[in-house]
Design a binder for this molecule. Structure first.
Ligand SMILES: Nc1ncnc2c1ncn2[C@@H]1O[C@H](COP(=O)(O)OP(=O)(O)O)[C@@H](O)[C@H]1O
Ligand SMILES: [Mg+2]
Length: 358
């Protein structure tokens, strides 16, 4: 059962189309991540869902209710859409205590003070802030302020919660911790969520479905693992940090899904043909491989190619290299071995790890 249904959503600012004909569904109780580079339209979609922005076209349904319909002139007020929102800026009110901040949505709904406090205390316990009720909201840390914002978004038990880069202001360790906690909280409370982020790890860590946006339209979407494992386009491959190289088709490998492509006049590799690939010899295509699938070793073995370390960067548990294979530069990432610039190495790359896209 889909809880959120968006069809042909369009939003323009002057001549600029911020969101162009976007459609997607969010099944009840699941999380959908809107992922993409800055300016691709993620926040605009979220604001349209919340009723904070009026779309130029399309329809939006939440929990079976049509909350926006351009043609039928339906445009439900934000407060009537019964959802919770958590923004990047915590937006905690400084003149209120922690409990007053959290209970505010209940006050707006006319719930009595004692009941507000009881529910605020319970929600504070849920987000790990038990005992913070009477503190001034500004006297707690950034991470705690974000928990306050989360508790405030959840206190009226919305069935849909919207997050906009909600963890981006936290430091890396706390962000990872909160990501786990959010996931657990969602499973416990059972709300449906739309999570906007530019951070792939956050999208994969939190979402069942990932929608990758590019300039106001959907570039690709699907289960997190599928979207990542099989990049649908060069944009997707680049967004996920893969090596993307211009290449020329040498020819398809008979009776298989492989193609041979030339990376330059000396280096030819075998890879998996992408869905819409035209394997005509001589065609210009893009050959993509993940950094982690390019492995440099000191010794040669079956199928390896001689190469030179062009650059290295130590990252702690892993090391990144740029390797030169007969004039082809590739980024590689692997557990720290300690190669230095100029070292002669042997590089292994599997045909199944190369993806050839139009
Ligand atoms: N209120 C606005 N007025 C004019 N342009 C806007 C407004 N809000 C967003 N935009 C433009 O719409 C595009 C999408 O913005 P946004 O949805 O904020 O992107 P994202 O959240 O993915 O970074 C951008 O080009 C942005 O400059
Ligand atoms: Mg944004």
């Amino acid at each position: 059962m889909s809880f959120v249904h968006i069809a042909h959503l369009t939003k323009r600012f002057g001549n600029h189309t911020a969101v162009g004909d976007v459609s997607f569904d969010v099944p009840e109780g699941s999380t959908l991540a809107l992922l993409g580079p800055s300016g691709c339209g993620k926040t605009t979609i979220l604001r349209c869902l919340a009723g904070l922005e009026t779309p130029d076209g399309g329809t939006i349904e939440i929990g079976g209710n049509r909350v926006f319909d351009k043609v039928r002139h339906v445009d439900l007020m934000p407060e009537k859409r019964e959802l919770g929102i958590v923004f990047q800026s915590y937006a905690v009110w400084p003149h209120m205590t922690v409990a007053e901040n959290v209970a505010f949505p209940l006050k707006v709904r006319g719930i009595a003070a004692a009941e507000r406090l009881r529910r605020a205390s319970k929600m504070l316990e849920t987000v790990g802030l038990k005992g913070f009720e009477d503190r001034s909201a500004t006297l707690v840390s950034g991470g705690q302020q974000q928990r306050i914002a989360l508790a405030r978004a959840l206190i009226h038990e919305p069935r849909l919660v919207l997050f906009d880069e909600a963890l981006s202001n936290l430091d890396a360790q706390l962000r990872e911790h909160m990501r786990m906690e959010l996931r657990v909280l969602q499973e416990r409370l059972g709300f449906t969520a739309v999570y906007v982020t530019h951070d792939q790890a956050e999208a994969f860590g939190l979402a069942d479905t990932v929608v990758l946006m590019n300039q106001g339209t959907i570039e690709t979407s699907g289960p997190a693992r599928a979207v990542f494992a099989k990049p649908a386009t060069a944009f997707v491959a680049r967004f996920f940090g893969m090596n993307v190289l211009e290449a020329k088709i040498v020819g398809p490998v008979a009776g298989s899904n492989y193609v041979d492509v030339a990376l330059n006049d000396r280096v030819t590799v075998r890879g998996v043909a992408g869905e819409k690939l035209d394997p005509t010899p001589g065609k210009t295509v893009l050959a993509c491989i993940r950094k982690e699938s390019v492995r440099a070793d000191r010794v040669s073995s079956d199928g390896t190619r001689p190469a030179t370390i062009e650059a290295m960067s130590f990252l702690g548990t892993a090391e990144e290299y740029i390797v030169d294979i007969q004039g082809v530069s590739l980024r590689a990432s692997q557990p720290a071995i300690g190669f230095r610039r100029g070292d002669a190495v042997h590089v292994a790359m599997a045909a199944d790890d190369w993806i050839v896209l139009p």
